[in-house]
Ligand binder design. Structure first.
Ligand code: FMN
Ligand code: SF4
Ligand code: SF4
Ligand code: FES
Length: 558
């Protein structure tokens, strides 16, 4: 495969697609999949076949379009590609699918119901880089991905750029790691590029263990070739020939689509030996994790890839110096790598023009909890929480009051209403006691109890602690018990001091990030919602009516 062949293949596919009057894409992302998207797809295909319209109408599956709460989503694009008419249907079941086929596709009369409004801020306020193709392409059809520009950046890199030039673009972009900590990606890549070693590795971290998070899963099952291309570009820049994608077993759709994508890419020599007839070789293998949160931590993950028990080890040595099988290893998050093809294609300066002074580009968030549009969104860094929750997210259902946004999962914190105008970037979130994290954003309203939220996350860390070091193994148990005591109405004022003391201890003495950051949800709720703790302790009352046998705003008695 060379540039001419790649371009010819993509152009042929675009032309073939353009010949179909209607192009129908059915969201088969994980959310819609669980709502029966496959039946909708089969129904539409069956109806189109029965009407004898297979030449005029193309029906294909796509990845997540973001509006998961309104699944299944079906888009009908009609007419020439430039200036096509688009109708996005929501809440499609097989019955509605039959109507779409018969009324819209056959009779040319779009349905008047089940429509999403494209001018709704949910669509209009988003800016899609990582998700630019998800929802349009068929993730199981390589040609469909090529027609949307897949592997053009890799071709450009290996044919026109030196590895140092690719690295320079990534550095210039200001991209920071989307896995949680926000470490500058260019700096990490250059450390691996400079490190001495017989072999180097690239690992894509798709463990995604935070409760409420589904960004990486959607990127992997909606546009797997983008992640593979990002890994290959990373391999080219740092001098690695082998990559591993680490995905949890609970993501079977992502695993299936990755397997298909790797096979397809190898067949066209987009992965493997002599990529695009250059001297660059890069293979990717999948490693499946068993779903332990700690296996997302980079040293535990590498142990797991090596076939050992997934428990963390002290750093240094950093993975960039001595990582997988003792060799220099680049480990990046799925979303980080998915940004790279666009950076190489459009230049680091373009990417650096989006976002804030220190946080560049966009961020994908999984919106969950008490918000109308639960689903997947991508917005420029610096968008405020208010815009994310009340404009893109559509606000709180049922006219209830916003209480807090939880970001960063078990390592993050709860941000109160007084900070709704905070621009979302790494520094601003840290300044109010939370973290960007990988992009889980859980919205809470007046029916959420902040003591209960802190207890939930501490319980999660207690369960997920690998037990290797004592501060975390014993400290999470003790903190969880204290929170349970307070929630049950048996707390004392001194317990707050005990929680803070333990939080200090875990932060300072735990071996890995799980234990070090486990107290964050407690500390942030103590900082912003101390009155709720005091109500449980001094008045034996849960203001939200959550604690104490589910009573509503009643007294909590031990
Ligand atoms: C307990 C724990 C779990 C983690 N889970 C993930 C994860 O699921 N995905 C991820 O990309 N990073 C996770 N991380 C961060 C990784 O260790 C690592 O920093 C990251 O993959 C680096 O990629 P980035 O620079 O692209 O962000 C976790 C860290 C800790 C301490
Ligand atoms: S202090 Fe705890 S961890 Fe250490 S030896 Fe005793 S029981 Fe084991
Ligand atoms: S901090 Fe917790 S998860 Fe990390 S090594 Fe120690 S016990 Fe294991
Ligand atoms: S899975 Fe269909 S919109 Fe998200």
């Amino acid at each position: 495969m060379n540039r001419e062949e790649l371009e010819a293949l993509a152009a042929r596919r675009r032309a073939a697609d353009g010949e179909r009057w209607h192009r129908v894409s059915v969201c088969c992302g994980s959310g819609c999949h669980s709502m029966g998207a496959e039946q909708v797809l089969a129904t539409l295909k069956g109806e189109v076949g029965a009407a004898g319209l297979t030449r005029e109408v193309q029906v294909h599956a796509s990845g997540c379009r973001g509006l998961c709460a309104a699944g299944t989503l079906v888009e009908v694009e009609s007419g020439p590609a430039d200036g096509a008419e688009r109708h996005l249907y929501v809440g499609v079941d097989p019955e509605v699918a039959v109507r779409i086929a018969r009324e819209h596709l056959v009779d040319g009369r779009p349905l008047s119901e089940h429509h999403a409004d494209p001018s709704d801020p949910f669509f209009a306020r988003q800016q899609r880089i990582v998700l630019e193709s998800a929802g349009r392409i068929d993730p199981e059809d390589l040609e469909s991905c090529l027609a949307a520009g897949a592997y053009a950046a890799l071709e450009k890199a290996v044919s026109e750029m030196t590895p140092a030039e690719v690295l320079a673009e990534v550095t210039a972009s200001g991209l920071r790691g989307r896995g949680g900590a926000g470490y500058p990606t260019g700096l990490k890549w250059s450390t691996v590029a400079k490190a001495a070693g017989d072999r180097k590795y690239v690992i894509c971290n798709g463990d995604e263990g935070d409760p409420g998070a589904f960004m990486d899963r959607s990127v992997l099952d909606g546009d797997p070739h983008r992640v593979l291309e990002g890994m290959a570009l990373a391999g080219y820049a740092v001098g690695a020939e082998q990559g591993y994608v680490y995905v949890r077993a609970e993501y079977p759709l992502a695993v299936k689509r990755l397997k298909i994508a790797i096979k397809q890419a190898e067949r066209l020599q987009l992965l493997g030996n002599r990529i695009f007839d250059s001297g660059f070789n890069f293979r990717v293998d999948i490693r499946i994790g068993a779903g332990a949160f700690v296996c997302g931590e980079e040293t535990a993950l590498m142990a797991s890839v090596e076939g050992k028990r997934g428990s963390p080890r002290p750093r240094p040595p950093w993975p960039a110096q001595r990582g997988l099988f003792g060799q220099p290893t680049l480990i990046n998050n799925v979303e980080t790598l998915a940004n790279v093809p666009a950076i190489v294609r459009r230049g680091g300066a373009w990417f650096a023009g989006i976002g804030t002074a220190k946080s560049k580009g966009t961020k994908v968030f999984a919106l969950a909890g008490k918000v109308r549009h639960t689903g997947l969104i991508e917005v420029p860094m610096g968008t405020t929480l208010r815009e994310i929750i009340f404009e893109v997210g559509g606000g709180i259902p049922g006219g209830r009051a916003f209480k807090a946004a939880q970001t960063g999962g078990p390592s993050g914190g709860c941000i109160p209403a007084s900070h709704l105008d905070l621009p979302v970037d790494y520094e601003s979130l840290a300044a109010v006691g939370s973290i960007m994290g990988s992009g889980g954003l859980i919205v809470m309203d007046e029916t959420s109890c902040m003591v209960d939220v802190a207890r939930y996350f501490m319980g999660f860390c207690r369960e997920e602690s690998c037990g290797k070091c004592i501060p975390c193994r014993a400290g999470t148990v003790q903190m969880h018990e204290l929170l349970g005591k307070i929630a049950a109405g048996r707390g004392e004022l001194d317990d707050l001091g005990r929680l803070e003391e333990l939080a200090d201890l875990l932060g300072a003495a735990s071996l890995c990030g799980l234990g070090q950051t486990a107290p964050n949800p407690v500390l942030s709720t103590l900082r912003h919602f101390k009155d709720e703790y005091l109500a449980h302790i001094e008045e034996r009352r849960c203001p939200a009516g959550v604690c104490g046998a589910g009573a509503r705003a009643e007294e909590v008695r031990a």
